[in-house]
Write a protein that binds this ligand. Sequence first.
Ligand code: ADP
Length: 479
Amino acid sequence: MKRILFEYKFTALYLLLGLLWIVFSDRMINSMTEDHTILTRLQTYKGWFYVLLSGGFFFYYLRSHLVRLRDAEKKAVESDRLKSAFLQNISHEIRTPMNGIIGFATLLENEDPGDELRKEYLGIITNSSNRLLELVNQILDISMLETGTVNVHPRETGINRLLLEVYEQMLPHVKPGVEFRYTAGLESGRDGLVTDEYKLRQIVGNLVHNAVKFTSEGSIEFGYTIQKDKAIFFVNDTGLGIPQEKLTEIFKYFRKAEDVPGKFHEGAGLGLAICKGNLQLMNGWISVKSEQGKGARFTFEIPYTPSEKGASRTNVPSLFESTSPDKFLTGFPPKAFRDATGSQQQTSKPAKEIFTDDLTILVAEDEIMNYRYMSELLKDTGIRLLHAANGEEAVEIFKKRPDIGMILMDIRMPVMNGFEAMKRIRGLKPDLPIIAQSAYISADDRKKTLDAGFNEIINKPFLREELLEVIEVHSPKIL
Ligand code: ADP
C-alpha cells in the first residue's frame, strides 16, 4: 500500500479537526443560549480553545516526526563517516601488504641485493602475503557467521597446552620491556575440557594478539579460572586502552576504536566481532573494561564441561611466567598468528625429508602457478608429479596411469570439482590416498570434506614441511 506523505496527513488532519470542531462546537453553544453577547463571547473562547488545543496537539505530532527525521539524519551522517573510515581502513589493509609484496618482489627482480638482504626481502613478502591471507580468512569467517553457517564442534581440549601454544607464538612479537605471562587455573593433567578447540584458540589468539599490538610498556597477562560450571578467561594489558564510548562499538564488524582516517593501527576491525559471534555459538559471552591510556581487560566465559579423560597431552606448568626477549619482530606475525587463530592447520613438527623414486603423485589443480609451486617444493625428493587441470582430466589420467600412488586434489575446479573426481577415482581404487587441497577451509568444510571420503586436507598456501608431512603420513610406500 502506498504510504501517505507526512505533509498530506498533517494538512488533512488539521482540516478535519477544524471542521469537526466548528460543526460540533457551534451546535453545542447554540443549544446553550440565544443571547448574542454571550454567544459572541463563547465564540471567542471557543476559538482560543481550539487554537491552544490544536497548537499543543500539532506541536507534539510535528515534534515526534522531526525527532525521527533528525535521528535518521544523524544515522545517515554517521554511516557515511563509517563508510569512508571503513573504505580507507580496508584499502589500507590491502594496500600495505600489496605494496610490500610488489615493492620487494620488484627489487628482487631488478637486482641481486646479496644473500642477507634477499632473505630480508623474502621475509617481508611472506609476512605481507600472510597478512592479506588473514584478512581474506576473517572476511570469510564473518560472512559465514552472518549467514548462520558456522557450527560448533566440541572435543576434548587441553586448555593449558592451548594457552602455552598461544604464548609461544606471540612471545616473539611482544615489544621489548613488556612483561608477558599467562596463568592457568587448572593443574596440567586435569585441564581437559570439552569445547570447540579451533574456536577457543582463535578467540584467545585474537585477544592476546590485540594486547600485544596495543601494549608498548607494562605487562600483558592472560589465563583462565574455573568457577563452578564456567571457564572464565581473561586477557589484561597495560596498553593504549579504549575510550568508554567505543567499548560496545569495537565488537561490531569493521569497527576500530581509532576510526579516525589517517590514524590507523594495523587490523581491519574484525577480530572481536568474530570472537563475539563464535562465543555466542558456544553459549558464552565476552566483555571488556578499559580506561584510555591505562590498558584493557577482556573477559570471556564458556561453559566448563570437564573431559572424561581429564588430561592435556603435554605437561605444562600450571603457573608459567616469562618475560619477553629484547627483540621485537615488526610486521604481521606470519605463520604463528595463523596458527594461533586456527586459520591454518598446524604442523606440530617439521616432517623428515623424503627422498624416493617410488612415488608418483597426481596433482589436480586448475591454477598452473600453484602446480609450479608444488613441483618446486618437491623437486629434490624424487617424487614424480603428474598434472591435471580439472577433475575430469584427473579421472582420465588416473585410468591411464596405474603407477599413481597418491592424489593431491584441489576442491574447486572447472569442468568437474574435486569431490566428484575423488568419488570416481575411489570407485576405481578405494584405498588410494586422496588429499584435498583448498584455499580456505572452515571447521565445517573440513568435516564435510573428510566425511565425503578424502584422507586429509591441506590448506593452501602450504609450506614445504607441511606438504612433506602430509605425503609422508599418507604414503605407506615410503614409510
Ligand atoms: P583489529 O583487527 O582492528 O584489531 P579487533 O576487532 O580485534 O580488530 O579490534 C577492534 C578494535 O578494538 C581495535 O582496532 C582497537 O581499536 C580496539 N582494541 C581491541 N583490543 C584492544 C586492546 N587490547 N587495547 C586497546 N585497544 C584494543
